[in-house]
Design a protein around this ligand. Sequence first.
Ligand SMILES: Cc1cc2nc3c(=O)[nH]c(=O)nc-3n(C[C@H](O)[C@H](O)[C@H](O)COP(=O)(O)OP(=O)(O)OC[C@H]3O[C@@H](n4cnc5c(N)ncnc54)[C@H](O)[C@@H]3O)c2cc1C
Length: 394
Amino acid sequence: MPQFDVIVIGCGAMGSAALLHLAKARRRVLGIDRFQPPHRFGSTHGETRITRAAIGEGVDYTPLAQRSHAIWRELERETGAHLFEQCGCLFIPSQHGGEVHGVTSAQFFANIETAARLHGVDGETLPSERLRADYPAFATAPGDRAFLDREGGYLLVEDCVRTELAVAARHGATLLTGRCVTSFRRAAGDLTVTMDDGSTASATTLIVTTGPWITELIAPLQRRVNVTRQVLYWFELLSNPQRFGPNAPVFIWDVAGREHAASDIYGFPWLGSPDNGVKIAQEVLTGETDPDHVTREVTADEIAATYETYVRPFVPDLGPRCLRSEVCLYTNAPGGRFIIDRDPGDANVIYASACSGHGFKHSPAVGEALAAMALGQPPRVDLSGFTLDRLAAP
Ligand SMILES: Cc1cc2nc3c(=O)[nH]c(=O)nc-3n(C[C@H](O)[C@H](O)[C@H](O)COP(=O)(O)OP(=O)(O)OC[C@H]3O[C@@H](n4cnc5c(N)ncnc54)[C@H](O)[C@@H]3O)c2cc1C
């Protein structure tokens, strides 16, 4: 039976980053994935992810984001790949209540300003007149203001995972794809995983980063997290293409309470040719699903309803024709927090459910921290705020 120092189960955003750091630390490491990452069945696909440094979900996320930005840049230098476009990120809070990733819109904005001050993030609050004059793509209302995070931008999500896995392999990591881990148990001092084809592998430590499938292997998370279906849309660009050009920022705009909108929207600059459209999405935090039964089709009615309620009133340069769509999954914890901890039954089983709709930008630093935990070293970034017992009761 193969013997490793660490087995990483699930090689999406978090797992590929953990694998990379363990391989670079010259550990015998095995990554196992039920598909061929990057793939379209979990939480890590759809071309791009927003990144930012002044983090509204909580000031304690900023060191993770800033460390992650440094790691992405290091990976780019090492490989020549283009992964991170620092075009800035605009956050526009709601004037009518609203909530983003489990935090009220007003608190989200206050956290951003605090994080920027405490961690020296390059950014500024834009008053209403500046917002309207500098960003006419957005049909903002009088009184709307924004925070422009100049350290933010977007990450090319599939390329990031592909690059991390390639560099991990170059440093000696073994990757086993198309195999699903069905169980693990402690035997003869080691942890042994069993896969769906009956094969086994063993290691001193396991890292479980199975994203929306996390509760299948980590029982304490059952009833603590839920999975929701999210749809990404690429709508045609009808007018004013210069407003969506390569220097345009990514944005998160809490439009809750305006027109018929009930949640925030987010979007990206226009990438590539007109045929690509502009990627925009609405966050949906209701309606539980699971990755094996989720509806992966996006209907014409769904597209029309999203366009009418969340796109046309706010980004009027976009037209109703949807050029592409993707279904993706959030794994939500109470308060939109991450959960990164050791299994209470076995301290050598470490898991990360780091999503809640905002995990990708932090994944290199989370992976680095998971690797440190597996090696018995203190994580470079403090993760004490993400333990299971810090969560509110379900
Ligand atoms: C629509 C959408 C938009 C988002 N936007 C942003 C954004 O703008 N910015 C941001 O920072 N974050 C964003 N996020 C969140 C971010 O993408 C996630 O936090 C992150 O991708 C989660 O990664 P993960 O490694 O936990 O899960 P995944 O990447 O899904 O990885 C889990 C892996 O485990 C494998 N697996 C599962 N079970 C097993 C098993 N039993 N055996 C072997 N392998 C297994 C799966 O095949 C999969 O590859 C978004 C998410 C979605 C869905």
